[in-house]
Design a protein around this ligand. Structure first.
Ligand SMILES: Cc1cc2nc3c(=O)[nH]c(=O)nc-3n(C[C@H](O)[C@H](O)[C@H](O)COP(=O)(O)OP(=O)(O)OC[C@H]3O[C@@H](n4cnc5c(N)ncnc54)[C@H](O)[C@@H]3O)c2cc1C
Length: 377
């Protein structure tokens, strides 16, 4: 008898979990990996697309390359989730599982911030980054505001990276002196678990004349004044607004009735949901780590080990530590690093490594090693 697993979502979490189950269970596994897209891409690729360093085609990794024992990829749109029956319905069929894993990530609620769609831009989706790629070359002077519209949001360092990379972009085009950059962040520090990383980022903002507004979110965009309205009522006029949109679970997850306060609750030890045989990993959960690929991957690893232990009737793995390494773009071809750990101690910790060109190479290897591991290329 084979273990029948259905994995909904082939992002960081779904790909890592499927790879481990395939490696360890091989032909005892009958795993169906479902995603509505035909390709994977890294979150950080959106910067490369937005600033014109790589084309969309260059950052996409087609799922058809997946060739792992016991794993079948299916490109279909998931339309219903039944966690009690462990059943997934798609536009192409119905899939019944012994173990169901939900790894559907976070969606964006652009309409949730009034005026954002009409008068702003976002770089959190690939289409949003593609639009900016066409807008930016025509921008030659004015006020740029990068603003977070709600919490939680993916990759907490990303708005800071966007401001720093924007500085580089404008400098390269020799128009930086005609532009201002303002960053609106909901936290006091740019990367709260790591005061050292935050200090380095704040110093980098100061050196580059980037205004940092802490502890605020952009509550709406006023299309008439072309201004971002902050939580405290402050109004920031702009010529270009780059928003980090509100995040939410995909509609199909909400419809399943599995969410509490907007996200799927899980046991942080093993990523089990409240439903027998159903796991949830990554951005779709409220596990307590930031919404980032490295954490989705770590959660996928622990969930996979827990599933394997159950299948072999052995003791479960060590508890999920909520650990991950985030690379932070500082611009100028240099990347910093923060090793964060959320669950091992009484409070989250973050060890910082200064930006360098060596870490830029390390970040590239981080990406290529995942492509090698998940897609075999
Ligand atoms: C600008 C930016 C920069 C980032 N930089 C980093 C970084 O440097 N490091 C890092 O670790 N993280 C980074 N991230 C965050 C990272 O991309 C996400 O946190 C990560 O992808 C989450 O993994 P996941 O597996 O939970 O979900 P995802 O990777 O989002 O995967 C979910 C999958 O589910 C599929 N799906 C959704 N709904 C359906 C449906 N109804 N039917 C079928 N399929 C569906 C989607 O197509 C998707 O492939 C960044 C994000 C952004 C926006």
């Amino acid at each position: 008898m084979k273990l029948k697993v259905v994995v909904a979502g082939a992002g960081f979490g779904g790909l890592e979990l499927s790879s481990i189950l395939s490696e360890q269970l091989g032909n005892d596994l009958d795993l169906t990996l479902i995603d509505k897209s035909d390709s994977f891409y890294f979150g950080f690729s959106k910067f490369e697309v937005m600033f014109g360093h790589r084309t969309t085609e260059e950052v996409l990794v087609p799922y058809e390359a997946i060739n792992k024992p016991g794993v079948k990829f299916i490109q279909e749109n998931i339309t219903a989730i039944d966690p009690v029956e462990r059943r997934i319905t798609t536009d192409g069929g119905t899939y019944q599982a012994d173990i169901l894993v939900l790894a559907l990530g976070a969606d964006y609620d652009i309409a949730g911030t009034p005026g954002l769609k009409e008068s702003g831009n976002e770089f959190y989706s690939l289409p949003g980054a593609e639009t900016l790629r066409t807008i930016l070359p025509a921008f030659s002077k004015g006020r740029i505001v990068v603003g977070v519209c709600s919490t939680p949001f993916k990759c907490p360092p990303a708005p800071s990276e966007a401001a720093l990379l924007m500085h580089d972009y404008l400098t390269r085009r020799n128009i930086r002196q005609h532009c201002s950059i303002t960053l609106v962040m909901p936290f006091g520090l740019p990367v709260p678990p790591s005061p050292e990383t935050s200090k380095a980022l704040l110093k980098a903002f100061e050196e580059r004349n980037i205004e940092y507004i802490p502890k605020q979110i952009v509550r709406e965009i006023d299309p008439l004044q072309k201004a971002a309205v902050l939580d405290d009522g402050r109004v920031l006029p702009f010529d270009l607004f780059l928003g980090i949109p509100k995040h939410r679970v995909p509609a199909v997850v909400e419809k399943s009735g599995m969410t509490v306060n907007g996200w799927i609750p899980v046991d942080p030890q093993n990523l089990k949901t409240n439903y027998a045989g159903v796991y949830a990993i990554g951005d779709v959960t409220s596990v307590g780590t930031p919404k980032a690929g490295v954490f989705a991957e770590g959660a996928g690893r622990v969930a996979a080990e827990s599933i394997i232990a159950w299948w072999h009737n052995k003791q479960g793995p060590l508890a999920y530590s909520g650990e991950g390494t985030c690379y932070v773009e500082f611009g100028g071809g240099r990347v910093g690093k923060v090793n964060v750990n959320f669950f091992s101690g009484p409070k989250p910790t973050g060890a910082y490594t200064e930006p360098s060109e060596t870490l830029l190479e390390e970040k590239k290897i981080f990406g290529s090693s995942r492509i090698q591991r998940w897609f075999g290329r």
